[in-house]
Write a protein that binds this ligand. Structure first.
Ligand code: 3H9
Length: 693
């Protein structure tokens, strides 16, 4: 065996050179890896004792793509394209042996090999779109030459990982093998290619599939139309589509030049920078500086949930999906039955859409034990309370739970804003108490805020984070403060949205500006969807806010056909002249005169106070890092990922600009805009949130 460089070895086995890359964690195409492939292929190509070459990886995966950490820095080492040309033009067959994931640049390297062998558990994909990019090493030109334009469009715009069996079916992979046999089978496959005198197949020369799609602009027009909603706001999907169009309509080298040009444009834009930032943010969030990875885990074999309402039921489904038995408790039989019925209906729905088998539905339901008896939670390793959002009720529940739960069990509250320390104090074991703030619908939303109390033990924290990962959530560890990270910042936006409509903007103006910014909907449309009467009662209502007035008129949102908007029978929203008049009258009664509010002011008034609150959260140590706040906003509140999150967005537009605007608002509109100390400090030091360590 010869070491080509620190991450590459070459071994010749009976005439076949096996070039092995070993660059943990994912064999990304760093400069050293690229140099290793180049030198290894060159050496094997020149060696008369070598008849064929197998390119294989050590560790958990084949090459998972370009090394993203190199992006945006001056280029070093050989260009990937140079390495690819060497492989494609090699005088002997080069066979890629794929396990784990062949992604992005990894698949693009495999696509310049003459043949591909993959394990049955492997996956292939071009996920660059998720980083705001497009495959920039020939992927957009070679993929459609194998799978056709329609399939290629879907793959490059979704970034999906295609399982090996499907990849083999569409011709991306030439042979499948078992995990343990990959190396031996790839060598055998290469020998067979040589013995049968098969050609050195170059994907670039396969024109049949792209020619078949030529002269059919409607294929692309229809694809754009059908996916307009999915792609809204993102640059990268359109750029990817244009590359596939180029593959179909232009000779290979011209298509490649188009791909290169568009790749560089995306790479230099703010969207890809934000999406790459988010890629690392979503991995960093699991890193807990004061809870080491070797902190003992508490085994969680059975979960208890108190409350079978919308939240409790949704939370239960997460654990059932992961194969963990759940005991769900209610106080009355009808509520319990309703809760179980809803869970089953949700599963049946998924099964009807073909995303779950009937047997899997039954397996999950079989793991659920409904009961009216809290004492049944005595053997649960984790109990999550999802009862009414009221401190007195929560304390009572935790007081009872303290007497029932076994020693060491994790006692969690799903509160979205209440003081976890106060709840913990109603037990004799505050170290076992933690907040697990799921977002509604809890079986769908990815985000989990894990709220550590002052006394929460490290094993409880680590177990909660690991469990979140197990049930497919993305979890951010946050500290106790009203509304934690997400809702605390949201409150700033809600306050300003309400103020803006009293100053002259209309709800649909505010919603339009935030929708155009990239949110799925604005705050008023959101209120209508959630119901304006959440927490509202007629007895206590005194026409003191717009919301109360609308509820009193039975304009309680979409469900009553009217809220801030009017709705038709298909729930399409229309601005309401009635509401406009109500707002004008209400503002006049408060002595407010109406003025024209610009879109820019709406945006800055809604977003900058959120950023400012994020800075306060950081200065109080309630979030570990700025990027955790961004993870919360992208996953829990529909912040557009191509703007990275509120803190990344602030860094992008410049903290000095945010601070100057906050100061101007403070002078004009008062203390709601008082800048956070951290914001002032960072600007004074010329730093960004990303510079905070
Ligand atoms: C590209 O290829 C462009 C080309 O078309 C054009 C070139 C000219 N680079 O996710 P994990 C790190 S764009 C650098 O937790 P998993 C990651 O940060 C690329 N680092 O593991 C983490 O570090 P840490 C197209 C990378 O098992 C560690 O590896 N490819 C890269 O859950 C483990 O990652 C992609 O977009 C990278 N490319 O999932 C694929 N990838 O431990 C991106 C990972 O310090 N990667 N790291 O936190 C993935 O989707 C997942 O990492 C993968 C493994 C599925 C591979």
């Amino acid at each position: 065996m010869t070491a080509i460089n620190p991450v590459t070895t070459l071994e010749i086995e009976d005439g076949i050179a096996v070039l092995t890359l070993d660059s943990p964690p994912v064999n990304a195409l760093s400069a050293t890896v690229r140099a290793g492939i180049r030198d290894g292929v060159a050496q094997a190509s020149a060696d008369p004792a070598v008849q064929g070459i197998v390119l294989i990886c050590a560790g958990k995966t084949f090459i998972a793509g370009a090394d993203i950490t190199e992006f945006g820095k001056p280029p070093v080492g050989p260009a990937l394209q140079e390495v690819q040309a060497l492989i494609e033009d090699a005088p002997k067959p080069v066979v890629a042996a794929i396990h784990g994931t062949a992604l992005g640049g990894g698949l693009e390297v495999a696509l310049v090999c003459h043949y591909r062998v993959a394990t049955r558990s492997a996956k292939c994909g071009l996920p660059e779109v998720k980083l705001g990019l497009l495959p920039g090493a020939g992927g957009t030109q070679r993929l459609p030459r194998i799978v056709g334009a329609a399939r290629a469009l879907e793959m490059v715009t979704s970034g999906e990982h295609v399982p090996a069996a499907a990849a083999a079916e569409m011709g991306l992979v030439d042979a499948l093998t078992d995990d343990a046999a990959l190396r031996a089978d790839a060598i055998a496959f290469t020998r067979k290619v040589i013995a049968e005198g098969r050609p050195l197949r170059k994907v670039r020369d396969l024109n049949e599939k792209v020619e078949a799609a030529r002269g059919q602009p409607e294929l692309f027009a229809e694809f754009r139309r059908a996916n307009a909603r999915r792609f809204r706001g993102f640059d990268a999907p359109e750029y990817n589509i244009r590359c596939i169009e180029a593959a179909v309509n232009l000779p290979f080298d011209q298509g490649l030049a188009t791909e290169r040009k568009l790749f560089l444009e995306l790479m230099q834009g703010t969207q890809s920078a934000a999406q790459r930032y988010y890629f690392f943010a979503s991995r960093q969030v699991w890193n807990l500086p004061d809870v080491p990875a070797d902190t003992p885990l508490i085994p969680v074999k059975r979960v208890g949930i108190i409350g079978a309402g919308t939240m409790g039921g949704g939370i239960a489904m997460n654990f059932l999906n992961a194969g963990i038995p759940v005991t769900i408790v209610e106080t009355a039989q009808p509520a319990l039955e309703r809760g179980v019925r809803t869970i089953r209906a949700n599963y049946d729905n998924t099964a009807r859409k073909g995303r779950l088998s009937a047997a899997a539905v039954e397996q999950r339901i079989a793991l659920l034990t409904p009961t009216l008896d809290l004492a049944q939670l005595a053997d649960a390793d984790l109990v999550i309370e999802a009862v009414f959002e009221d401190m007195a009720v929560k304390k009572e529940v935790f007081g009872k739970l303290d007497k029932i739960a076994k020693p060491g069990a994790i006692l969690a509250t799903n509160t979205s804003a209440l003081d976890v320390n106060e709840i913990a104090a109603s037990t004799s074991r505050p170290e076992s108490v933690i907040g697990l703030h799921f977002f509604s619908p809890a079986n769908v939303m990815k985000l989990l805020e894990v709220v550590r109390g002052d006394q929460t033990s490290k094993p409880v924290i680590r177990t909660s984070m690991e469990l979140a990962r197990k049930i497919g959530k993305i979890a951010a560890l946050v500290g106790v403060c009203p509304g934690f990270v997400g809702n605390r910042m949201l409150a700033q936006r809600q306050r300003e949205a309400q103020k803006l409509v009293l100053e002259g903007a209309l709800p649909w103006d505010v919603d339009r500006v935030l929708y155009q910014f990239g949110f799925p909907m604005g705050p008023f449309a959101m209120s209508d969807l959630a119901g304006l009467d959440l927490g509202w009662t007629r007895e206590k209502s005194s026409s003191s806010t717009l919301r109360e007035i609308l509820c009193e008129m039975d304009r309680r949102g979409q469900k009553t056909g009217a809220g801030y908007y009017d709705y038709d029978e298909k729930r399409n929203a229309k601005p309401s002249p009635v509401v406009e008049q109500i707002i004008r009258d209400f503002a006049a009664r408060q002595g407010k005169s109406s003025r024209t509010v610009s879109d820019q002011e709406i945006l800055e008034r809604c977003i900058y106070p959120m950023i400012n609150e994020g800075a306060r959260i950081l200065q109080e140590g309630k979030a570990i890092r700025a990027s955790d706040i961004d993870v919360v906003w992208v996953n829990g509140y529909g912040w557009p990922v191509y703007r990275g999150g509120p803190m990344c967005y602030a860094d992008t537009i410049g903290l000095d600009k945010v601070l100057a605007t906050m100061k101007r608002f403070e002078a004009e509109l008062g203390a709601d805009f008082k800048p956070a100390r951290l914001l002032e400090d960072l600007v004074a030091q010329g730093k960004r949130f990303a510079d905070l360590k």
